[in-house]
Write a protein that binds this ligand. Structure first.
Ligand code: HEC
Ligand SMILES: [Cu+2]
Length: 346
């Protein structure tokens, strides 16, 4: 039912279109509008609703134009001069009411039928998903758990970047750690809420390899607008390589050259962050075991470069005010040691 509501919301894209297009163009310095689902659908859960959006927008525009035309005609048309019996001369006008009501009802009914058919066609994938990914929304980032493999070495937690194999449906189990959020990858599927204390489900499928941007689409607090993520769709072979690599503990865990940075991390960061293979096992923040494998940090806020990471650590509260990570002051030596350690987290 919730999924249905979400899809219906999405079906009425006409009203949303301009706002989303405007938000998308300012969201990122990227050359393409990443949320432009009106022009791009990359899978079978998204293409039918994109066509539906166009059809509904087309019908709405047609109705508006026809009514505006009739209205203008009525205003411009001259009435014959009033005569004493003109009060009784209204008889012919009623026909327009009947025709208008009939046409509008038929159009609305046709739209309803098309909406229901579309909802049905995207409700379930053609084949049963082989892969389930659990995504938990936090203020203001996304925890991504791969937990369905019989081999524990292939199960792990990551953040803000969801990898999927192309060409097959993937089930997304959706949870929330705090308030209501909504998970939305416009080019892959409609939006679904994440609600504390319950698990919602949706499926996504990408027919082409690529990076699809997702965004929280239900207001959840100060940094709601900066709660984005990427879905990286890759060939099944590449996906398996990625999954195997992510399952590994941090390679650097015992390197003595980065001992100072590791020690600093244990003191100042481990309460919130996990690095597998070390004692850092905080659960309230993104898993950093393979930090450098990700494209972006802070839920799509900045690209993942060593400078940006250091800047984030020292100025998290100015980059993302109210984010649940404090700005952490570091001496130049500490910053260098920490950077050296973080650089090893591939
Ligand atoms: C009080 C808990 C807390 C502490 C302490 C903390 N962090 Fe964070 N950190 C967070 C949270 C929460 C986020 C996610 C913020 C967001 O995107 O809104 C985060 C995000 C990050 C990210 C971006 C990760 C990504 O993939 O988006 C990095 C890197 C990071 N922290 C490094 C550190 C380092 C290094 C330290 C210690 C110097 C540290 N953090 C201390 C809570 C914490
Ligand atoms: Cu939100």
């Amino acid at each position: 039912m919730r999924l249905t509501t979400a899809l219906v919301q999405r079906a009425f894209v006409g009203t949303h279109f301009i706002a989303v297009a405007a938000a998308a163009t300012t969201a990122q310095a990227s050359s393409v509008a990443p949320l432009n689902y009106f022009l791009h659908a990359a899978g079978p859960a998204a293409a039918p609703t994109m066509r539906l959006g166009w059809a509904l927008a087309g019908i709405s525009v047609t109705v508006t134009v026809v009514i505006a035309g009739l209205l203008i005609a009525a205003i411009v048309r001259k009435r014959p001069a009033a005569t004493s019996d003109s009060l009784n001369a209204e008889a012919g006008g009623m026909r327009w009411i009947y025709i208008g009501t009939g046409v509008s009802s038929a159009a609305l009914l046709a739209m309803l039928v098309y909406i229901l058919i579309t909802l049905e066609s995207v409700a379930t994938p053609a084949t049963h998903p082989q892969l389930t990914i659990t995504v938990t929304a936090y203020d203001w980032w996304w925890k991504v758990d791969y937990a369905d493999d019989p081999s524990p070495a292939r199960n792990f937690s990551t953040a803000n970047e969801i990898h999927i194999p192309v060409g097959e449906p993937v089930k997304i189990a959706l949870k929330s750690a705090d308030v209501v959020h909504a998970f939305w990858v416009p080019q892959l599927a409609g939006k679904t809420q994440t609600i504390p204390g319950q698990t919602n489900e949706q499926w996504i499928q990408a027919d082409r390899a690529g990076i699809y941007r997702g965004q929280c689409s239900q207001f959840c607090g100060a940094q709601h607008a900066h709660m984005a993520f990427d879905v990286v769709a890759q060939s099944p072979a590449d996906f398996n390589v990625w999954r195997d690599a992510q399952g590994q503990a941090a390679a650097s865990a015992n390197e003595s050259s980065v001992a100072a940075g590791r020690h600093l991390f244990a003191e100042r960061c481990a309460g919130c962050h996990t690095i597998r293979g070390t004692d850092a096992d905080g659960l309230q923040a993104p898993d950093l075991t393979h930090l450098n494998s990700r494209r972006m940090i802070a839920a799509g806020e900045v690209t993942n470069t060593p400078d940006h990471v250091l800047d984030w650590i020292e100025h998290a509260q100015s980059i993302k005010p109210e984010a649940l990570m404090p700005s952490i002051a570091l001496s130049a030596n500490d910053a260098a040691a920490l950077s050296a350690y973080l650089a090893t987290l591939h």
